[in-house]
Ligand binder design. Structure first.
Ligand SMILES: Cc1cc2nc3c(=O)[nH]c(=O)nc-3n(C[C@H](O)[C@H](O)[C@H](O)COP(=O)(O)OP(=O)(O)OC[C@H]3O[C@@H](n4cnc5c(N)ncnc54)[C@H](O)[C@@H]3O)c2cc1C
Length: 442
């Protein structure tokens, strides 16, 4: 049988992997694996996957499962070491080909290579706005400056058409069953929903489409995005598409073509353009990871000549000497009790909801690196645990950028958090929401 191994591409629409797997015909097993290595604690003692993201992924899987069922397929959801899971499956029924999305981060690539060494694996580029075969430069020669990357692409590349016309008739559900798992098998500590959350985020492509309908068509907020995107309070200051993009419940191309449809009807302006501009940032960080490999996890980042901290595959595998004073500062930062009210409000929002605005993220990241003088990778690790939209490329790319160790020519991106609070939270509305409630410590 063949396997379609879903990863961060949890959708039927615009999915080149699905199209190829179905075109191949024969028995097909749709599979998702909760990779144990990406859930367990890293060496900072922080679990890699916290409750909010786990629940969002679970909801996305339930939605995908229902959609596949309509087509006669049963999604299998398993947990464990990825390579051991494939071995178990292969024992139950021989695997012919594994179809999956191509990894572009070092950890994902290593895993892909490991599986490909044992099984026939066909991976397809997926999830970016501009595909790797369309780049007007070599993937190993991505411009150092984002603006150069974007301008060349805007001038020379057309976003590909969406993938459609799947042939569901050639394939049948593989005749094999495994013990299905429930959410509780993830062993992730449950957390309460906080009514202050900007949105009741729900995973899955159905919810992604609803959010897009709301933000574009019902409220027409897209037409004002550029003016509101630095906001902190409420559901609609920005699109909030990131969790669905991170899980692949919606593709960047789907959003792009919906923006174009919207522009045809309601007119284009700097706001409709700016949403696409931000999707180019997302692509940029993916191509940077793809080009630099494990260097993106080094403390000195892309500027490092050698890795002085012995990191191997990720920030989680490096060995660091940490003083108790540093640990204490980090604990305060995570819990939103640093004493800087703007940082604290943002950090509490993150802790209790799994969400933080882009403005907030820039400030708290700058504070950790440039005020507390801590290793940016600790902050990135906490973000990995907390953020429902965690994406290794966007997270690491933004952290190294703020820490001044990306390929950006400006070495110091320190934010003055007091001035930022005055500018973006003039009436203290945001800080009131997060600081005046009782403080829950863990
Ligand atoms: C330290 C730090 C860590 C971050 N970690 C993540 C992460 O793990 N996952 C993640 O998706 N984003 C991350 N971001 C980027 C950005 O903050 C979020 O993408 C954005 O806030 C999500 O909100 P939105 O969907 O409403 O964005 P919008 O403003 O509506 O933008 C639309 C989309 O464009 C993309 N985008 C916007 N800004 C950025 C950016 N700076 N970098 C990359 N893509 C961008 C996102 O896919 C977003 O959904 C991080 C930023 C910082 C400063």
């Amino acid at each position: 049988m063949n396997i379609i191994w879903f990863q961060n591409d949890l959708r039927l629409n615009d999915n080149p992997v699905l199209k190829e797997a179905l075109a191949n015909g024969g028995e097909l097993l749709p599979l998702y694996i909760f990779n144990e290595d990406q859930i367990d604690e890293n060496q900072f003692g922080i679990g890699r996957m916290g409750y909010f993201r786990a629940r969002f992924i679970w909801e996305s899987l339930m939605d995908l499962k229902a959609q596949l069922k309509n087509e006669g397929f049963e999604l299998q959801i398993l947990k464990g070491k990825v390579s051991a899971i494939f071995d178990q499956i292969n024992e139950a029924k021989a695997i012919n080909t594994i179809f999956t999305s191509k990894a572009s981060d070092p950890e994902g690539l290593k895993l892909e290579n490991k599986i490909a060494a044992k099984y026939k694996l066909q991976s397809y580029w997926n999830n970016t706005l501009i595909d790797i075969d369309q780049l007007p430069f070599s993937p190993q020669n991505i411009p150092n400056i984002f603006t150069q990357f974007r301008k060349q692409i805007e001038k020379r590349v057309q976003v590909k058409e969406l993938v459609t016309d799947y042939d569901w008739t050639k394939s049948t559900m593989a005749n094999v069953t495994f013990k299905s798992m429930g959410f509780e098998d993830l062993n992730i500590e449950l957390e309460e929903n906080d009514s202050r959350s900007v949105l009741p985020f729900k995973g899955g492509s159905t919810a992604a489409t609803e959010r897009l309908e709301h933000y574009f068509w019902k409220t027409k907020k897209l037409s004002f995005y550029k003016k509101t995107r630095n906001g902190l309070v409420g559901a609609d200051y920005s699109s909030k598409f990131s969790p669905w993009l991170a899980t692949g419940s919606i593709s960047a191309k789907e959003i792009y073509y919906e923006v174009k449809r919207y522009e045809d009807e309601h007119g284009s302006n700097s706001s409709t353009y700016w949403l696409i501009f931000e999707l180019y940032w997302r692509d940029y960080f993916r191509y940077i990871s793809n080009m630099y490999g494990s260097k993106i996890f080094w403390k000195e980042g892309l500027k490092a000549v050698e890795d002085k901290t012995n990191s191997k595959d990720g920030f989680w595998s490096s060995e660091m000497k940490v003083s108790s004073q540093q640990q204490n500062l980090f604990h305060k930062w995570c819990n939103g009790i640093t004493g800087d009210d703007f940082v604290d409000a943002n950090m509490r929002e993150l802790k209790y909801t799994g969400w933080m605005s882009n403005r907030g993220r820039q400030n708290v990241a700058s504070y950790l690196v440039h005020d507390l003088h801590l290793d940016w990778r600790w902050g990135a690790a906490w973000f990995e645990n907390r953020l429902i939209d965690f994406d290794v490329h966007s997270n690491t790319g933004n952290w190294i950028y703020v820490a001044g160790v990306g390929n950006d020519p400006r070495p110091n991106r320190k934010f003055n958090t007091k001035l930022q609070a005055e500018r973006y939270d003039q009436k203290r509305k945001f800080r009131q929401i997060w600081l005046e409630e009782s403080l829950k410590l863990f």
